[in-house]
Design a protein around this ligand. Structure first.
Ligand code: AMP
Length: 421
């Protein structure tokens, strides 16, 4: 038997309606905030990610699915969406009209990570980016949008973490101090940390190795080294969040795994998830557009993990989101089968979701089947009823049954909208 590759998975019909729910709600909420969708390719030239995400990040160093195509071009399955979106923004000069562009994307991402619950090698992200303004108000607006989305989906027990990782003006001084302190503590850090001290000292703060935590917690905090503009930006973000009534926690260790961030980084975690508790993350990336060959442009955005959103959906939402047909057709006999097919086609054109299988079932089996689907109403057509152009309409909720002329079936179904179970 050939099975799917480790770290990838099939999303089966049992679960897909949860994905549709998150996708639908995200699109509807993002639309309310003025975001437009962009569809991006799944692979790009490798250089885009090496330059965009940063050579010394985990993603670029060891997690990318990179291959050469038949033309000897190095390509990479996208490990994230921001670099691609910015590439498209520059390529199509989406900055031409001036002002703010609010864009979002959705789709699979690929990282060679160790698979576990909530962490896959092919996973799905929905991300949104605001290109143009520098204001902390934009950041609060995006966070507010995410709060509304999580609220709509019933995702509770979440925490918003915010940080500022400074800018090219203040970060170098902090990095110098940090590097020195990390070197002094190298004996108590893991091999990965030690390797990063020279190449990317900020990344050490991100290490998840339990043995490193005490040492890392004793390192200096970036918040003590911010320049005046970064400090003011950070304070204003907190003020805006306060105005919106959004609770947050500051976490000076949260640097995120991508090199393009400046000033604000943020993350939302969920208590409903296990070890992989990060629902989404993002931040400001003011230099990225320019770095990838575009005009100087401020940027702020996030990516949410669709797999994890689905995992964090509460039971009530899970149970309520399965699509249920409006009506089940139960033809008894061959003539009735034929008639039922025509009736089903007509009802479907009128907008009803109709379940009809072509198995020769008894009435009892039809009712059992309809109950299993949770269908509220069954249209029973026996051969005699078929002759008379009638059907019995049975409510599985009340048990009531009435005889309806087939020509009036549509109108009667419309008049009596049955509550679904
Ligand atoms: P990142 O692109 O690393 O900032 O991650 C943003 C979000 O994507 C995370 O908060 C997760 O929800 C999700 N995510 C990242 N990596 C994975 C993965 N390997 N499997 C599932 N979800 C992921």
């Amino acid at each position: 038997m050939i099975t799917c590759v480790r770290g990838t998975r099939d999303i089966l019909p049992d679960e897909i309606h949860l994905w549709h729910l998150v996708e639908r709600e995200s699109a509807a909420i993002f639309d309310r905030y003025g975001f437009e969708e962009l569809r991006l390719p799944i692979f790009e030239v490798t250089e885009l990610f090496a330059r965009g995400i940063g050579d010394t990040t985990d993603i670029v160093e060891k997690e990318m699915y990179t291959f050469t195509d038949r033309n000897d071009q190095s390509l990479t399955l996208r490990p994230e969406g921001t670099a691609s979106l910015v590439r498209a923004y520059i390529q199509h000069q989406l900055y031409k009209d001036g002002g703010t562009r609010k864009l979002y994307y959705a789709g699979p991402m690929f990282r060679y990570e160790r698979p576990q619950k909530g962490r896959y090698r092919q996973f799905y992200q929905i991300g949104a980016e605001v290109l143009g303004p520098d204001s902390p108000g934009v950041e609060a607006e995006v966070i507010d949008m995410l709060m509304l989305l999580m609220d709509r989906l019933g995702i509770g027990d979440t925490r918003l973490w915010i940080n500022s990782i400074g800018c090219p003006a203040c970060r170098p001084a902090f990095l110098a101090v940090l590097q020195e302190r990390e070197q002094a503590a190298a004996g108590r850090l893991c091999a990965d940390c030690v390797r990063r001290i020279a190449a990317n000292p900020l990344r050490v703060l991100d290490c998840k190795n339990p043995d490193c935590q005490d040492t890392i917690n004793s390192l200096p905090s970036i918040l003590d080294y911010l320049c005046a503009p970064c400090r003011s930006h950070h304070e204003r973000l907190k003020k805006h969040l306060g105005l919106l009534g959004i609770a947050y926690h500051e976490n000076p260790r949260m640097v995120r795994g991508l090199d393009y961030y400046v000033k604000t980084t943020f993350e939302i975690t969920s208590g409903a998830l296990g070890a992989q508790n990060s629902l989404l993350g993002g931040g400001r990336y003011d230099g990225l557009v320019e770095q990838l060959g575009g005009p100087p442009t401020h940027g702020f955005g996030f990516a949410l993990g669709l797999d994890r959103f689905v995992l964090a959906l509460p039971e009530a939402v899970r149970a309520g989101s399965r699509p249920v047909p409006d009506v089940h057709l139960a033809p008894l006999g061959e003539t009735a089968q034929e008639l039922a097919q025509v009736v089903a086609a007509r009802l479907r054109r009128a907008g009803f979701a109709v379940s009809q299988d072509f198995q020769d079932r008894s009435l009892k089996s039809h009712l059992r089947h309809a109950n299993r689907l949770g269908v509220p109403r069954v249209v029973i057509i026996g051969d005699a009823e078929a002759e008379a152009g009638q059907a019995a309409l049975k409510s599985l909720i009340t048990g009531d049954q009435i005889l309806v002329p087939l020509t009036e079936l549509e109108a009667v179904l419309r008049q009596q909208p049955a509550e679904k179970e």
